[in-house]
Write a protein that binds this ligand. Structure first.
Ligand code: WT7
Length: 700
């Protein structure tokens, strides 16, 4: 541990801020777990050492069934766009469905739990999944006219039709781009346009928090807005939540909108051969927020991605075919793609899909589901754990379920929350893996390996086998291993699950993830291209990494990354607004929520209507997830002399932190005015802050 002060100053670069916390004690996995683990051989770390890179990843590729075996493990000729398992041909859908039929056709592939508790659960066997996927693939090919390489946008919630749609696309080599169901029609439009989709697949409605959501209305908004962006959508395919009965009042547009269930009648019993695809062709796009500009379409490959999610599902999630596995993420995020759909199904697991809100109708719901289905592997995010802990701290004990394994993902977990997860949810019996990774990565980067390495609350652990992290300071010097000094965490080597590029924007891919620490832009040697994750991290003496959050100004709300720039530009769509600045506020449940500060154009007066318009603009363009906690209309923004908004000052006010020295600002007096507006006249005592809030907006 370093004894440097955890305060940024002109001399301390942001990346180097030292961090102070208590080292937590290690907790060892139970012998019962070790006895059944998929990975109990400690030599795995040697097999996956850098000396054996990249050939070590053959082990993961061999978990798949190849149509034609590959000849080159890693092709670096187009660095840093890595190509894995070159020469191979494969189909992702075949690997998740067809190949399991001889042994597992009568086993549940998907267990669907509707939100209304009186609605019966649906179990889809591997055979039934095979039939549905084939019929829908036939529809996509013969009715929608889609073929390998085409992009199609999905805007679907958590029902079995979503994996059926994804797998049907994969069967034909169609690149799917699923947009989180909770995102607005506007957000969906941007992704339709960027990906060049001519077909949108959606649903009429779904249950959420006790209400029936009309979702079809978003398709109308999305298609219209995509049209304005220059992308026409000729077909909207609508799955019905209850086949034969519409739950949406929104009328169909003739010649554009089609009800999938009606069309499917013509495809009953149809079979479609899986298209044998080059391993390095794209499987899907997943858009993720960035700090600036539009969301980035992370392009994931077929062969490399499938190998990596199968490998990590087997060894880190420890999934066996006989397990009942429940990942409570949304399939609309990468976690759901990798660890609800592709990874578990590649291993012939039974994957639970829950439609609704974890605390609906009460905080016992997840544990009733776990008891009923006899779930033994559970996977969720700190934000949900915090929510369940707050709403029902004693609920888990009331239900007779037993997890052997639990996962946390998406943001740093506070040791206190980790301990509740371990002791109360896991009943002291289950191992926990704290998996650190990103949309870009396809699968886990850091985690303890259950059975092999002990757990440490609040720390993700070392790199998983084959992942070799390094922490650099801002100047590209390696921070000493195990020193506890914070810096920018990078990965030294490529890995098969990594995205291939940003869709149609290779330059942005290189600039965002590689430019900072690239040793030679002309190099074709992977050693010259460390991957910049964009997170701050420290490494303790035992080799475990602790993730500190984003080094840029993205706000992580309930595990979802929101670009502050996106929110600000949405606010600026309101006529009255002149300037907007978004800052993260610590929130007990969601981790961070955005506060937005706006100043008005001359001639306008501050009032509640304007505040409401800002909220509406943000919800309309991005979605409810981005709803600001507060909208503060301020007389002016605190600015540097060069005119940059000092977000750091605003973040300090929102979080009641020490505001620090503001005398060098162009308009220092406004700071106290804003403080009074937010905190009231009386000075309030300042609080201790998490590291990411302290560092937020440091660059001005
Ligand atoms: C960012 C990626 C792919 C997982 C879902 C989120 C943060 C993720 C952890 C963890 C601390 C974590 C990082 C990362 N993050 N997992 N276990 N501990 N922080 O995917 O939306 O692409 O966000 O989430 O800051 O960069 P994402």
């Amino acid at each position: 541990m370093s004894d440097r002060e955890p305060v940024a100053s002109a001399e301390t670069s942001e990346a180097q801020i030292a961090v102070h916390w208590k080292e937590e004690a290690l907790i060892h996995p139970s012998p019962r777990f070790i006895a059944q683990a998929n990975l109990a051989d400690p030599s795995v770390y040697e097999r996956f050492a850098l000396d054996n890179f990249p050939e070590c990843f053959k082990e993961y590729a061999d978990l798949l069934s190849w149509d034609r075996y590959w000849h080159t493990t890693l092709d670096t000729s187009d660095a840093p766009c890595w190509k894995w398992f070159v020469g191979g041909r494969i189909n992702a859908c075949y690997n998740c469905v067809d190949r399991h039929l001889p042994k597992y056709k009568n086993k549940a592939a998907i267990l669907f739990v509707p939100e209304p508790e009186d609605e019966p659960l649906v179990a889809l066997t591997y055979r039934e999944l095979y039939v549905r996927v084939n019929e829908f693939a036939a529809l996509l090919r013969d009715f929608a006219g889609l073929k390998a390489g085409d992009r199609v946008t999905l805007h679907m919630p958590m029902t079995p039709e979503l994996p059926i749609t994804m797998l049907a696309c994969a069967r034909l080599g169609i690149i799917h781009s699923e947009v989180f169901g909770g995102f607005s029609g506007q957000s969906c439009a941007g992704r339709i346009a960027d990906s060049g989709s001519t077909v949108l697949i959606t649903v009429d409605g779904y249950h959420r928090n006790g209400a029936m959501i009309d979702h079809k209305v978003n398709a109308d908004i999305a298609v219209e807005a995509a049209g304005e962006l220059g992308q026409s959508v000729d077909k909207v395919l609508i799955w019905q939540r209850y086949p034969g009965k519409s739950v949406s009042k929104t009328p169909l547009v003739k010649g554009r909108d089609y009800i999938v269930n009606d069309l499917l009648k013509d495809f009953a019993g149809r079979r479609v051969d899986p298209v044998s695809m080059p391993a390095e062709d794209p499987l899907f796009l997943m858009y993720t927020s960035g700090t600036t500009g539009k969301p980035k379409g992370c392009q994931h490959s077929i062969g490399g991605y499938m190998a990596y999610v199968a490998g990590t599902s087997k060894y880190i999630q420890d999934i066996h075919p006989e397990d009942v596995y429940w990942c409570m993420a949304d399939i609309g995020w990468i976690t759901g793609h990798s660890y609800i759909v592709y990874g578990p199904l590649a291993l012939a697991a039974s994957s639970v899909i829950y439609e609704g809100v974890p605390v609906y109708p009460d905080a016992g719901r997840p544990w009733r589901i776990a008891e009923r289905l006899d779930v033994n592997i559970f996977h969720t995010a700190p934000t949900t754990i915090r929510m369940l802990r707050k709403a029902g701290p004693d609920e888990p004990a009331k239900y007779d379920y037993h997890f052997k394994h639990m996962t946390t993902v998406g943001e740093p977990i506070e040791p206190e929350v980790w301990k509740w997860y371990y002791e109360v949810v896991g009943k002291g019996e289950a191992v926990i893996v704290d998996t650190w990774w990103q949309t870009e990565n396809g699968g886990f980067l850091c985690s303890t390996v259950p059975a092999l390495t002990p757990m440490k609350p609040g720390s993700t652990g070392p790199g998983v086998p084959g992942i070799h992290p390094v922490i650099y300071d801002d100047d590209g010097n390696e921070i000493e291993t195990g020193s506890g000094i914070a810096g920018n965490i990078c990965i030294r080597n490529p890995w098969p699950g990594s995205f291939q590029t940003i869709w149609k924007d290779r330059q942005r891919y290189v600039d965002t993830y590689y430019a900072k620490y690239c040793k030679d832009p002309k190099s074709k040697d992977w050693r010259d291209w460390p991957y910049l994750a964009g997170d701050g991290a420290t490494q303790a003496a035992d080799g475990y990494y602790r993730i500190l959050g984003r080094i840029d100004d993205v706000i992580n709300v309930a595990g979802h990354r929101l670009g502050t720039k996106e929110l600000e530009s949405a606010a600026l769509m309101v006529e009255e607004i002149a300037e907007a600045a978004v800052v993260p506020v610590a929130d007990e449940i969601k981790g961070r929520t955005p506060d937005i500060y706006v100043s008005l154009k001359p001639g306008f007066e501050a009032n509640k209507e304007t505040e409401a318009k800002v909220v509406k603009a943000i919800e309309g363009t991005i979605g409810k997830i981005a709803r600001p906690k507060h909208v503060y209309i301020v007389p002016d923004m605190p600015k540097t002399r060069s005119g940059k908004i000092m977000r750091r000052v605003l973040a300090a006010i929102s979080n009641t932190l020490d505001i620090g020295d503001v005398t060098t600002l162009a308009n220092p007096d406004v700071v106290e005015e804003i403080r009074v507006l937010v905190q009231g006249k009386e000075k309030v005592a300042t609080k201790e802050a998490p590291e990411d809030l302290k560092r937020f907006g440091e660059e001005g």
